[in-house]
Design a binder for this molecule. Structure first.
Ligand code: HEC
Length: 203
């Protein structure tokens, strides 16, 4: 009887080990996928460059698209629908961040819409936010909400490429509420900021 139990135990151990190895083997190596594929799986693939006829400008915009995709700007800037990020509203903004230091901010509309997006802003205005987190009116963007420290050391060429790509996108009218003072009750103790809610913008 004891011997049968021993064998049963050995079989269970071998099966468990084989199962674990199979689990490791069949788990897709997500972070080793090419970024394009990984981001596509995340459902936030940036639209391909279109509407630029000058081949030099087109190449710059392609580089910008690659940077936007691999930095996952769309992760925070794409409008949320009821089923997650809405691809028709790629980087049209609307995700809310409650921060303990900078109040409540909402990710901005990065499409070239003149009223609600970046259309009325100069390339330098946009680059300033990416380089130093400072808006045209002097307001500072919370670094944990808009991760400008990560883009602050990008080269001028990279910033120029990102702006060129964002300007090539289809303008989407999607108003983003102005920042407001923080809601103390929504702050999670110990966390510097928390993202919540679906689309805070008004389509
Ligand atoms: C973790 C979330 C997050 C990520 C990732 C992110 N942003 Fe932002 N971004 C924000 C938020 C939130 C704001 C608004 C900040 C505020 O109002 O203080 C913002 C603001 C901006 C602005 C200012 C727009 C304006 O109206 O002047 C620009 C430009 C911008 N982001 C570009 C980018 C780019 C390009 C990337 C990718 C390299 C990116 N962001 C990645 C959250 C994010």
């Amino acid at each position: 009887m004891k011997r049968i139990l021993k064998w049963a135990l050995a079989v269970v151990v071998v099966l468990a080990a084989a199962g674990f190895v199979a689990f490791l083997y069949f788990t897709p190596p997500l972070m080793q996928l090419p970024p394009e594929e990984f981001i596509q799986q995340a459902g936030s693939a940036p639209p391909p460059v279109s509407g630029i006829s000058d081949p030099a400008q087109q190449a710059i915009a392609e580089r910008g698209r690659y940077l936007v995709m691999t930095s996952d700007c769309g992760g925070c800037h794409t409008t949320q629908g009821s089923q997650g990020p809405d691809p028709a509203y790629y980087v049209a903004g609307g995700m809310t961040f409650v921060t303990s230091t900078h109040g409540t901010v909402v990710s901005r509309n990065l499409t070239p819409d003149k009223d609600t997006g970046l259309g009325a802003k100069s390339p330098d205005d946009v680059k300033r936010v990416l380089r130093s987190g400072v808006f045209t009116d002097g307001r500072g963007a919370p670094p944990h909400a808009m991760p400008w420290p990560g883009t602050s050391n990008w080269s001028d060429e990279d910033l120029h490429a990102v702006v060129t790509y964002l300007r090539s996108l289809k303008p989407i009218h999607h108003a983003i509420p102005a920042p407001t003072a923080g809601r103390a009750d929504a702050i999670v103790p110990g966390a510097s900021e928390v993202a919540y809610g679906l689309d805070a913008g008004k389509k």
